[in-house]
Design a protein around this ligand. Structure first.
Ligand code: ZN
Ligand code: ZN
Length: 634
C-alpha cells in the first residue's frame, strides 16, 4: 500500500513542479550525516548514559523549551538549544519547531531551519510535512502548495490530514484548475470519502470562481453531512452573492435536523443582510438566545449589520448598546447603518462617542461617517471631518472618501463646488464620482452640464450601459425624445440592455421576487387589481404620475402604465394584500428607486396607513404619513 501510494505521489508531483520552482529546498534524496545515522554517535548528542537514553533526554528537553516559546526571541533560543543538542535532524523536534514558529507568525524562520540545505531530507515524514503545510496554509498559500509538491516529489505519502490544509491553500488562492488537480489526487489516494476532506473540498470549490457546480456536486455526493459541510456549501453561495440559494440551503439543513453552529449563523446573517430578510434574521437572534449559543463579538457584529441592512436600525442600536466588548467593526457597522437610514446626527454623535471611548477610527469608519453627513445634508460637518481625517488621525483619503465628499456637495445642490472639488482632487476621479455629478445635475436641473459630463464619461467607458441610461434620462427630462430614442438605438447596436429592475419581499418566511410587469405569481390577478385600486386611491389624494424616467418613447398613457407596473409597486400591492392592516412593509429594490415610485409610495404610506421601508441601491427610504426620510433626495 505504502509503495503504491509513493508511486502515485511521484506521478502527481509533476503537476506541481512550477509551484516549487521558487522554493529553496534541498534535493529530496540528498543524504547528509546525522547524529546517529550511518557513523553511529557523532559526538554532540552523546553524554554519560546510553546513546538512546541521552537522545531521549535531549529530545524531551528541546520539546519542553519549544512548548514554552511565547515570543520570537525565545524561538531563537530554542533553535540554538536544538542545534547544540544535535537534534537538528530529529523529525519530532523539527515538527514541533515548525508549529511553534507558525503560531508566532515566523513561518519563514521555521522553513529556513527545517528545510535547510544541509538538512537530511530522508528524515522528513508525513507528519513533518503536514505541520509545515498547515503552518503555511493560512497566509503563505503558495508556499504551502510548494511544500505539498516537494512532499510528493520526495515520495512521501500524504494522508487524510494533509488534504484539508492543501485544499485550504487552494481556496485562498482561488485557482480552480489547481483545486481540481488536488481533487484528483484526493481521489487517487483514496481520501474522497473522508468527511473533513469533503468539507474542505466544498469550501475550496466555493471559493474558486465557477466552483458553484463542482462544490454542489461534491456536496450532493456526500453521505454524511455535518454542520461544517452545510456551512461550507452555504458559504459558497454567500461568496457568490447567491443569497437566495444560501437561505434555501439553510432551510434544507433545518429540515435535515442538523444543528447550525456559529459559522452557519454568521453566513445566514450575511445572506439575510443581502436579501433584506429581516424575519429570518430575527429568527437567528432568537435561536442564539434560545439555544444559549455564545454571543461572540463576531456574531453580535453580524447581527448589527443584518439589522441595519434590513432596515431595522432600532434593533441594530439596541444590540450595539448591549455589547460590553465593542470592536471598531461594531462601531462602524452601526454608524454605517445610521448613515443609510438618514440618521446623520446620531451617526456623528456616535462617532464622537467612539473617539471619546479611545477607539481609533480607521478609513472604513470615515466612509460611514462622511456618508452619514452626506445623507443628512451636514455639509460643514462633513468637510470638517474630511480634513480631520488626515490632520488628526493621519489617514490619507482614498477615492471612496473623495467620492463621499462629492456626494455630500451634490446632495446639498452645490454642484459647482463639487466640480471645483473634483478638479482639484489629487486622485483621478473614478466613474462613480462622475456618475454622482451627473445624477446631481439631473436632479438640480443642470441638464446641459449633465449632458456634457455624461458624453465625456461615455468616451471613457463606451461599453458601460448605465452611462447611456443616464444620458437617456437626461434627454427625457429635457423632453428631447428623438435624442432619447437614438440612445436606445445605440444601446441596441452595442447589444446592451437596461438592467431589469427587481424587488424582493419577505413574507411568512418566504422570499418573493417581482420584476416589472411580472405575471408569474400565483396571485397575480389579485395583485394587479390591488395595483389598480392603489392607483385610483392615490390619484384621488393628489398624486400625479411622473413618467419622465420611462426609457421608451411611448405615449403618456402607456408610459403611466409602464411605471405603474414597476417591481416595487407590485411588491407593495402584494404586501397590502397579504399582511394585516398597520404592519410595516419592507422591500429591497436592486436599482435606484424611480421618481414615480418614490412619489407613489409616499401617497400609499399615508392612504393605507403603513410604514414602508424601501432599500434601494443607494440607501434606505422610510415612508410614513406621506413623507420619506430621504427628504426627496437620493
Ligand atoms: Zn419606479
Ligand atoms: Zn426617499
Amino acid at each position: 500500500m505504502q509503495s503504491s501510494l509513493a508511486t502515485k505521489a511521484g506521478k502527481l508531483a509533476r503537476r506541481f513542479t512550477s509551484l516549487s520552482a521558487s522554493l529553496a529546498a534541498p534535493s529530496p534524496r540528498r543524504r547528509v550525516p546525522t547524529i546517529d545515522g550511518g557513523g553511529g554517535c557523532g559526538g554532540g548528542g552523546c553524554g554519560g548514559g546510553t546513546p538512546v537514553a541521552n537522545k531521549r533526554a535531549a529530545e524531551q528537553s528541546c520539546l519542553a523549551s519549544l512548548r514554552l516559546c511565547d515570543a520570537v526571541p525565545k524561538l531563537a533560543q530554542a533553535h540554538t538549544h536544538i542545534i547544540k543538542s544535535g537534534l537538528g535532524n530529529n523529525p519530532l523536534v523539527l515538527a514541533k519547531f515548525a508549529s511553534a514558529s507558525a503560531e508566532l507568525g515566523a513561518v519563514d524562520f521555521a522553513c529556513s531551519f527545517v528545510f535547510a540545505p544541509d538538512a537530511d531530507a530522508r528524515l522528513y515524514d508525513t507528519f513533518l510535512y503536514n505541520t509545515v503545510i498547515r503552518a503555511c496554509a493560512q497566509s503563505q498559500r503558495r508556499k504551502a502548495l510548494a511544500f505539498y509538491d516537494l512532499m510528493l516529489r520526495s515520495g512521501i505519502s500524504p494522508n487524510k490530514f494533509t488534504y484539508p490544509f492543501v485544499l485550504k491553500a487552494c481556496a485562498g488562492i482561488g485557482d480552480l484548475s489547481l483545486g481540481r488537480s488536488v481533487h484528483g489526487s484526493v481521489v487517487k489516494f483514496g481520501f474522497d470519502e473522508d468527511v473533513h476532506v469533503q468539507n474542505t473540498m466544498v469550501h475550496m470549490y466555493s471559493c474558486c470562481g465557477r466552483g458553484i457546480e463542482f462544490a454542489r456536486k461534491v456536496f450532493d455526493g456526500m453521505t454524511k453531512l455535518d454542520s461544517v459541510s452545510w456551512s461550507a456549501m452555504i458559504g459558497g453561495y454567500v461568496r457568490l452573492g447567491e443569497s437566495g440559494d444560501a437561505v434555501a440551503l439553510f432551510r434544507k439543513m433545518q429540515i435535515a435536523g442538523v444543528k447550525p453552529d456559529e459559522i452557519t449563523m454568521l453566513l445566514v446573517l450575511s445572506a439575510c443582510a443581502d436579501l433584506g430578510a429581516l424575519e429570518l434574521g430575527r429568527w437567528v437572534e432568537s435561536y442564539v438566545a434560545r439555544e444559549n449559543v455564545q454571543k461572540t463579538v463576531e456574531l453580535c457584529n453580524a447581527l448589527i449589520d443584518m439589522f441595519a441592512k434590513c432596515g431595522d436600525v432600532d434593533s441594530a442600536l439596541r444590540l450595539f448598546q448591549s455589547m460590553s466588548n465593542k470592536t471598531i467593526v461594531s462601531w462602524t457597522s452601526v454608524i454605517g447603518g445610521l448613515a443609510v437610514h438618514g440618521g446623520g446626527v446620531e451617526a456623528v454623535s456616535l462617532f464622537d462617542e467612539m473617539i471619546a471611548a479611545g477607539v481609533v477610527p480607521d478609513d472604513v469608519a470615515f466612509i460611514g461617517l462622511l456618508s452619514a453627513c452626506s445623507h443628512s445634508g451636514l455639509v460643514e460637518k462633513g468637510r470638517d471631518y474630511f480634513n480631520l481625517m488626515t490632520k488628526r488621525f493621519g489617514i490619507e483619503p482614498k477615492i471612496e472618501h473623495y467620492g463621499c465628499l462629492v456626494d455630500l456637495l451634490c446632495r446639498a445642490g452645490l454642484i459647482r463646488k463639487a466640480i471645483e472639488f473634483v478638479e482639484e482632487m489629487p486622485l483621478e476621479p473614478n466613474p462613480v464620482i462622475w456618475r454622482t455629478l451627473i445624477n446631481a445635475c439631473r436632479a438640480h436641473g443642470e441638464l446641459k452640464l449633465g449632458e456634457d459630463i455624461t458624453k465625456r464619461l461615455i468616451g471613457k467607458e463606451p461599453m458601460h450601459e448605465s452611462n447611456y441610461v443616464l444620458l437617456s434620462n437626461i434627454y427625457a427630462k429635457m423632453s428631447h425624445w428623438e435624442k432619447k430614442t437614438k440612445i436606445r438605438e445605440v444601446m441596441d447596436t452595442k447589444g446592451m440592455r437596461k438592467i431589469p429592475g427587481s424587488t424582493l419581499i419577505e413574507l411568512e418566511n418566504e422570499i418573493y421576487e417581482f420584476v416589472a410587469g411580472d405575471k408569474s405569481h400565483d396571485q397575480y390577478k389579485e395583485i394587479y387589481e390591488m395595483l389598480d385600486e392603489m392607483g385610483r386611491e392615490i390619484k384621488k389624494a393628489g398624486y400625479l404620475p411622473s413618467t419622465s424616467e420611462v426609457l421608451l418613447d411611448i405615449n403618456e398613457e402607456d408610459k403611466e402604465d409602464a411605471v405603474n407596473r414597476h417591481s416595487e409597486k407590485l411588491a407593495i400591492a402584494f404586501a397590502l394584500l397579504r399582511t394585516p392592516p398597520g404592519t410595516s412593509i419592507r422591500i429591497v429594490k436592486n436599482l435606484r428607486v424611480c421618481e414615480d415610485c418614490h412619489s407613489a409610495t409616499k401617497f400609499i404610506s399615508k392612504i393605507y396607513d403603513r410604514e414602508i421601508v424601501v432599500r434601494d441601491r443607494n440607501r434606505f427610504h422610510h415612508f410614513k404619513d406621506g413623507l420619506c426620510s430621504c427628504g426627496d433626495f437620493w
